[in-house]
Design a protein around this ligand. Sequence first.
Ligand code: SAM
Length: 290
Amino acid sequence: MSEILSRHGFIFQKKYGQNFLRDVKIPRRIASECTEYGFETKEGEKIPALVLEIGPGAGILTKELSERFQKVLAVEIDENLKDVLSETLADCGNVKVVFGDIMKTDLETLLEAERIDKNGEKLPVSVCANLPYYITTPIIMKLVETYGKFDFITVMVQKEMASRLCAKEKSAEYGSITASLNLYGSVKRLFTVPAGCFFPKPKVDSAVIRISMHNPPKYTKEQVEKAGKVIKAAFSVRRKTLVNALSSALGCDKEELKIIIKETLGVPENVRGEELSTEQFVKLSEKLLP
Ligand code: SAM
C-alpha cells in the first residue's frame, strides 16, 4: 500500500486525521466483525446489505468490505486519493466512491438512492469505518441523528474515546456523549488496535466499537429531543449535583426539581448526572419538559 501511495506522490494530511492501516489483518477483522447480520448466505454469496464507509483512505478496509457485502459506498474528503483509489479498487465493481465532506453530505438522499439493489429491493444499511480522529464525535452523532435506518455502526476510534462511548453510568468515563448515544443504540467494545498498526503512527492506541442501533427505535423523536436537552444540561457542569446543573442550565426551580427527581426516579436529591442511565434521563425529561 505504501508503494502505491508514494508512486502517486500522495502526501499525508494531518488535518484530515490520515493514519492509514498498515496491513490487511486489522481491516479484515473489522470487516468480518460487521458481518453479524444474521443473514443466511451461501458459500461465495455476498451479504445483501449496503455498507457506508467514511474515509476509505487508500482503500484497505474498502476492499475487505467489498468482498463481503453486496454494495459499498465510501465518502472521502481528500481528492488527492482519487488515483490511488482507482488503482486499489480497480477490481471492486460493487464499490462507489464519492468525494466530499461527510459532515456536509446529505446522507438521507445518498443512502436511499444507493441502497436499491439490482432487483429494485431496498438493502439494509450499516456503517463501517476507521474514523478520522479529529471529528469522531460529530460524525457519530450525525450518523445516529440524521439517518435512523442503520443496523450497525462499526467504527475504529481512539482508545479513550471508545471507553467513553462504551461507559456505564457511575463510571469516570460516562458522560453526555455516552448517555446521548444510548438513546439510539447500544454500544459494545470489540477489540484494541495498537498505534503501531498505522502509518503515520499516532500517539495513542485505538479500539473498534459497534453500535447496534435500536431497530425499530426505542424512543420517539420527541423523547430523544427532550432527553437530549436534559442530558446536555445535566453534563454542562461536571461534578455538580443534578439539581444544581439542571436549575442553572434550564432555569428550573431547585425545590421543585428535588421533588421531581425523587418522585420520578426514586433516587436521592443530591444525585449527580453521571449516576443516571439513559432510561432515567428519558423519564426525567418527560416530567421536566412535558
Ligand atoms: N480507511 C483508511 C484506513 O483504515 O487505512 C483511512 C482511515 S483514516 C483514519 C481517515 C480517513 O478519513 C482519511 O482517508 C481522511 O482523508 C478521511 N476523512 C477525514 N475527514 C473526512 C471528512 N470530513 N469526510 C470524509 N472523509 C474524511
